[in-house]
Design a protein around this ligand. Structure first.
Ligand SMILES: Nc1ncnc2c1ncn2[C@@H]1O[C@H](COP(=O)(O)OP(=O)(O)OP(=O)(O)O)[C@@H](O)[C@H]1O
Ligand SMILES: [Mg+2]
Length: 186
């Protein structure tokens, strides 16, 4: 691949807590523009760590992670977290609007983006709810809506349908798959 969107070279990530853990060792990977890649492996093999490295939430112990940005100002990555990581003090709508608001999108427009993405995830009626009032699967779908609302170049999803039924997981996949094919995430 001549000019990949994401390029990992010899990436090793070690964590030192009670004992040292090597989460990833010498991983090299190229991901092209518009490519849809799934990382599969047993629990603890380093899938979340890999995504966090691409998101810039971890730095490699050695090796390099490079992202080719095509549009200055557009966020490089948006992440759906395995543990959904919603802000408990914000309504569902404000959780989803958080990314656009952070980019200084006016409040009304950010709320419209949030509503569009919530509707896309089958949550149009739940904008005024708070995270603790939702089921685990619904919280995960809010996490997906929040990531889509960021309109980032790269969407990183850490087991985004893990708590959903098969039918619901299929519904969500069809929604974000279509997003990936359209020119903008909105
Ligand atoms: N912040 C951290 N501090 C210490 N060790 C960590 C940290 N994050 C991950 N690890 C360790 O790195 C290894 C890989 O963890 P990771 O979360 O990437 O696995 P995973 O493949 O996503 O697993 P699962 O399928 O259960 O989500 C594990 O041994 C884990 O204990
Ligand atoms: Mg994980």
């Amino acid at each position: 691949m001549s000019d990949p969107k994401v390029r990992l070279r010899d990436v090793t990530k070690r964590f030192s807590s009670a004992e040292e853990v090597t989460a990833l060792e010498d991983v090299s990977l190229d991901i092209g523009e518009s490519e849809f890649v799934a990382v599969v492996g047993p629990s603890g093999c380093g899938k979340s760590t890999l995504l966090r490295l691409v998101a810039g939430l971890h730095h490699p112990t050695s090796g390099t992670v490079e992202i080719r940005q095509s549009k200055p100002g557009r966020p490089k990555t948006a992440m759906v977290f395995q543990e959904h990581a919603l802000f408990p003090w914000l309504s569902v709508r404000d959780n989803v609007a958080f990314g656009p608001r952070n980019r200084d999108v006016p409040k009304k427009e950010a709320a419209e983006i949030a509503q569009t993405q919530l509707a896309r995830m089958g949550l149009a009626r739940f904008g005024d709810f708070y995270p603790h009032q939702l089921s685990g699967g619904m919280k995960q779908r809010v996490g997906i809506a929040r990531a889509l609302a960021q309109d980032a170049e790269i969407l990183l999803m850490d087991e985004p349908s893990g708590r959903s039924t098969r039918r619901r997981a299929h519904f969500c996949r069809s929604r974000y798959w279509n997003c990936g094919r359209s020119p903008g995430l909105r």
